[in-house]
Design a protein around this ligand. Structure first.
Ligand code: PMT
Length: 219
């Protein structure tokens, strides 16, 4: 079977972690390597899509034919993704911080004699995926990921509905050899009338299988 083309389509993909600065030397981050989002962007460009990759701080090479926008924080990723619309498809593979420090210290936070702890005040970040799905420039297809440590399918279905997505790719994280950092993963893709298990396979193979579903849904 030939690979379904995405020629003429514009696809925006987010990838990697976000880093939320606490002070000039420290930040809150997560274990996302960016491999998933970069593989999706590479596969989309290879199928002829005009592809914008909004990348958090990762050390991966830019895939051929992809326009890359580098960001650091959740707020910067939000702004870059919204600026990349309109698009036919948005795929949110990034692990975006749900909380960010209420304020960033200008100076390195010091430990003081007698202090045996530090309380950080965090505030919610804006939800990029939900904002893309609610946007007046909503892409025809909004695809989210759900990184879950338990109740994978139920939690993913909750995100599909709450964030008004067309597809959600659920993955179990925290297990050796899947989810974050590794080269392989397994996805459960859920959408209207769709429940498809992909993998276990390499993230490159999963990206291609996901884009088959995307191309099918775009019609
Ligand atoms: O980068 P890798 O090492 O290859 O790892 C891949 C991955 C595990 C990061 C990827 O497969 C994955 O699951 N990405 C989503 C991780 C995540 O943040 O999941 P979540 O369940 O917390 O968020 C749900 C969805 O909302 C995601 O599409 C996320 O991009 C989006 N989100 C979350 C918070 C926020 N403020 N804005 C968002 O857009």
């Amino acid at each position: 079977m030939s690979t379904p083309s995405l020629a003429g389509r514009r696809i925006v993909v987010s990838a990697g972690p976000t880093f939320e600065d606490l002070d000039p030397v420290r930040f809150l981050g997560n274990r996302s390597s960016g491999k998933t989002g970069f593989a999706i962007a590479a596969a989309a460009a290879a199928r002829g899509a005009r592809t914008v990759l909004v990348a958090g701080p990762v050390s991966l090479a830019t895939p051929a034919g992809v326009e890359r926008v580098d960001v650091r924080s959740a707020a910067q990723m939000h702004a870059a993704v919204m600026a990349a619309l309109p698009a036919d498809v948005y795929i949110g593979a990034a692990a975006v911080a749900d909380f960010t420090p209420a304020r960033v210290s200008d100076h390195k936070i010091k430990k003081r004699p007698g202090e045996d702890g530090l309380v950080l005040q965090l505030v919610r970040t804006a939800d990029i995926l939900a904002d893309v799905a609610a946007s007046a420039r909503r892409p025809s297809l909004v695809v989210g990921f759900a990184a879950e440590t338990g109740d994978v399918e139920a939690n993913a279905r909750g995100k599909l509905e709450r964030k008004r997505l067309d597809l959600v790719c659920a993955n179990r994280v925290g297990l050796a050899g899947s989810g974050f950092e590794s080269d392989d993963n397994a996805l459960l893709v859920i959408g209207d009338g769709l429940r498809r298990e992909l993998g276990p396979a390499s993230k490159v193979e999963l990206a291609d299988a996901l884009l088959d579903l995307v191309a099918e849904r775009l019609g």
